[in-house]
Design a protein around this ligand. Structure first.
Ligand SMILES: Nc1nc2c(ncn2[C@@H]2O[C@H](COP(=O)(O)OP(=O)(O)O)[C@@H](O)[C@H]2O)c(=O)[nH]1
Ligand SMILES: [Mg+2]
Length: 165
């Protein structure tokens, strides 16, 4: 029987969540017919082995979606916080983390410092200092980063995956 492991991608609009889902999964489903890049929600599936599939779900960063966040996070094995790597964006992400701390309690949380290709990007280590969760650099528009991204997700789920295999 196939088991689905839910991973929620959280972060401000324009951080790169949909791009990351597109990078890591082949079958992106648009959950909204009138999809707008930063306002909709994407989800996609990674097949880990015959028995386990990872479902990546994007939690839209726009304020009018925030009421749904608790619902989305419920049942997630891991939350991946995606942020742009400018100081301003990272500080905004820090506020988001602060605001939703209660939802993240007891959950595996990692952060992705995306858009490392842009000038003026903070290094992942500096982003980690501000966010207080394990943080990894990423360029979600670069197909060469696919394996790197895949590893981040899978190693975050390692405990669970070992149990599954
Ligand atoms: N330069 C650069 N642009 C990116 C990167 N990742 C995403 N983008 C762009 O950022 C914009 C917002 O991305 P999107 O995935 O829609 O963000 P979302 O609102 O978090 O889902 C799009 O134009 C992407 O092409 C990256 O690593 N580098
Ligand atoms: Mg999006």
């Amino acid at each position: 029987m196939t088991r689905y492991v839910k991973v929620a991608l959280m972060g401000a609009g324009y951080a790169g969540k949909s791009t990351l889902i597109r990078l890591l999964t082949d079958n992106v489903t648009k959950l909204e017919s009138k999809y707008k890049p930063t306002a909709g929600m994407d989800c996609g599936t990674i097949t880990l082995d015959g028995d386990t599939k990872i479902t990546l779900i994007e939690i839209g960063g726009q304020t009018h979606f925030e009421f749904m966040w608790p619902e989305f996070m419920k049942g997630s094995r891991m939350v991946v916080v995606v942020t742009e790597s400018t100081p301003k964006a990272v500080l905004k992400t820090r506020q988001l983390l602060e605001k939703y701390k209660h939802l993240l309690e007891g959950m595996q949380v990692i952060a992705i410092a995306n858009k490392q290709d842009l000038p003026g990007s903070m290094k992942p280590e500096s982003v980690q200092d501000l966010l207080g969760v394990p943080t990894y650099g990423m360029i979600a528009i670069d197909p060469k980063q696919r394996l790197h991204g895949y590893r981040l997700i899978v190693s975050g789920l390692r405990d669970m995956v070992q149990v599954a295999s």
